[in-house]
Design a protein around this ligand. Sequence first.
Ligand code: SAM
Length: 255
Amino acid sequence: MLIETLSVFPELFEPYMSTSIMGRARARGLFDFKSYDLRDWTHDRHRTVDDAPFGGGAGMLMKVEPLHDAITDISSRGDVRPCVVFFTPCGVPFTQHVAERLSSVERILFVCGRYEGMDERAYALADERLSIGDYVLTGGELPALVVSDAIIRLLPGALGNDMGSVDESFSTCEDGGLLEYAQYTRPADFNGNAVPEVLLSGDHSKVDAWRRASALERTCRWRPDLIESARLTNGERVLATELITRFHGSKAGEA
Ligand code: SAM
């Protein structure tokens, strides 16, 4: 996989992309990474990438020409055209499901906004528009790193243990879209707060059952919105309704 970024702060990416799991996966050739400076596609002395919005209003907008020229040029390099992903708070919410889908794309170009956003005409070059949440950041560089991290750790071999990402929160593989179960490590008793006995029993089927119940309970408590689309047995669905009612009141349980 080749991950590329286009932004006005290309230097922000390298430290993260060469550290820890990202760095090891990259060194082992699981992905390659390149960052481009949008200003390299400007033609004026000041390397201008922004301008005031038509119609007035606060702030500046990223100009369409450098974005168009940069994306067209970068896309024409190499054998495979990239999937061009623009970051904007107005995009489709980024989820684990989107990460799983993007992890099988051969080449991705992340386009990072700054200022008050972009000239709307630039979005004609986007294959996808992604938002990483309902809040506004100063730029698309953190979203590009967030999405890259979520994708790269799904690449086979990236975590050193391919099962590592299978039963995590939101995973569509094993746990059917629930949050991850509670986990503990030593000591077994911390200031009188003991780890559930079953986890020390060595009985794997009991441990699995406990983890499933824990995942269901935590999802009902913290993210009841995930329950509707989770893959549950009939019994679990009845239990989930009871748990949601207990945690959030009767209206939520009926929803
Ligand atoms: N004026 C824009 C709005 O209200 O939608 C916000 C622009 S924001 C200050 C500048 C850039 O940061 C955006 O173009 C986008 O690339 C990035 N950005 C900010 N928040 C984001 C989010 N939640 N998800 C994805 N990108 C975001």
